[in-house]
Write a protein that binds this ligand. Structure first.
Ligand code: PLP
Length: 386
């Protein structure tokens, strides 16, 4: 008997619904171009928002580290995987985030899952935005706590759920700060008030905002002037910083607890130290070159207004992530293919990454896109709008 035969039926169903995903093998070349199946495409689908992934200073930092050390870290951080490069990066992240301490995970996904499961368990309750990233959702599920999902961005609904929840040991409110798919921002000012009023811990995930928002580039909590009231901040090294890995920043006691209790930290091999050295170089650039983020946000505003003039629905985004709401997955993927024929990689995003009926094209802008590259994309979108 073929015990996996059911998978054929499920895959066929996905194909029929135009929801089947295929792995693309992409080779990055210069100028934000990628080669996919022999075709060179201009990449508008990467989260390398500041153009740091290809920065020679990051590559030199990793290379220098490797000249005198090894690639694999060989063990989890609590065994022998935590090197000087990891420790330097953690100190640098804590300085950058203006917190007492920080802890580096092997991915942002692991940071969210590990942090949530370390903070709450059976007998506790989590309040989670309906559009939170999958890593937050999985952390909530794994924790064993009761999960109350509030309507995306609906603070009145959150308050109602908070008011109704009694008899729990601990409460945790958790949200993306900048939502990864539609580019919208959480109401952090109201969230801090509600967390204080209802004595809940507040954890925000700044994955897409770190390096982009705020005077110092710390993210939306800095930009909205509420960071002192947010005790748990998660971020990732994999997006604006152009590297890989995630982190949590906060008080010394928070970090000590997470290092002891986050299973994705304790039971997972540390990221290669050369990767941590590259992330340190990236963080220095974020601190020393603020024009990257200000220029990026200006470019994004201009692209958004051109797309709106062409009649596209860019939803509520006010960031470097520009969603174009299409709705139906088949039409979304047809538009993505048309763009590919014209030489652009713009991903079509379908369920389960977004709710049913909310399929979209997701344009990610980078500081490294030239004005001319952006102009040709806008022109092509104009032709597709007709
Ligand atoms: C909001 C959010 N949090 C966390 C993650 C996970 O980060 P990483 O890709 O570094 O694992 C992502 C990545 O897509 C994300 O969008």
């Amino acid at each position: 008997m073929d015990s996996l035969r059911w998978i054929d039926d499920e895959l066929a169903l996905l194909e029929q619904q135009r929801l089947l995903r295929r792995l693309l093998t992409c080779s990055p070349v210069e100028d934000l171009r990628i080669v996919v199946k022999g075709q060179t495409l201009l990449n508008f689908g990467s989260n390398d928002y500041l153009g740091l992934a290809s920065d020679p200073r990051l590559i030199a930092a990793a290379r220098n580290y490797l000249e005198s050390s090894v690639w694999g870290s060989g063990a989890s951080p609590l065994v022998t995987g935590h090197t000087g490069a990891h420790s330097d990066l953690e100190k640098q992240l804590a300085d950058f985030e203006a917190t007492e301490a920080a802890l580096v995970f092997s991915s942002g996904f692991a940071a969210n899952v590990g942090t949530i499961t370390a903070l709450v368990g059976h007998g506790d309750v989590i309040f989670s935005d309906a559009k939170n990233h999958a890593s937050i959702i999985d952390g909530c599920r794994l924790s064993g706590a009761k999960v109350r999902v509030f309507v995306h961005g609906d603070m009145a609904h959150l308050e109602k759920l908070l008011a109704q929840a009694s008899g729990f040991r601990r409460r945790l409110i958790t949200t993306d700060s900048l939502f990864s798919m539609d580019g919208s921002a959480a109401s952090l000012d109201r969230l801090v008030e509600l967390a204080e009023q209802y004595e809940a811990m507040l954890m925000i995930d700044e994955a897409h905002a770190t390096g982009i928002f705020g005077n110092a580039g710390r993210g939306l909590a800095e930009a909205m002037n509420v960071e002192d009231r947010i005790p748990i901040k998660v971020g990732t090294l994999s997006k604006a910083l152009g590297c890989a890995g995630g982190f949590v920043a906060g008080s010394r006691r928070l970090i000590d607890w997470i290092a002891n209790r986050a299973r994705t930290y304790v039971f997972s091999t540390a990221q290669p130290a050369a990767g941590a050295a590259a992330a340190s170089a990236a963080l220095r650039i974020v601190q020393e070159e603020p024009h990257r983020r200000t220029t990026l946000l200006k470019k994004a505003n201009s692209v958004r207004s051109h797309l709106q003039d062409q009649g596209w629905n860019t939803v509520s985004s006010d960031s470097q992530i520009i969603p174009i709401l299409i709705g139906e997955p088949g039409w979304t993927m047809s538009l993505a293919s048309r763009l590919r024929e014209e030489g652009f990689f713009v991903p079509g995003i379908r369920p389960p990454s977004v709710p049913d009926g909310e399929s979209l094209l997701r344009i990610s802008l980078s500081y490294a896109h030239t004005d001319q590259q952006i102009e040709t994309l806008v022109q092509t979108m104009g032709q597709l709008a007709r």
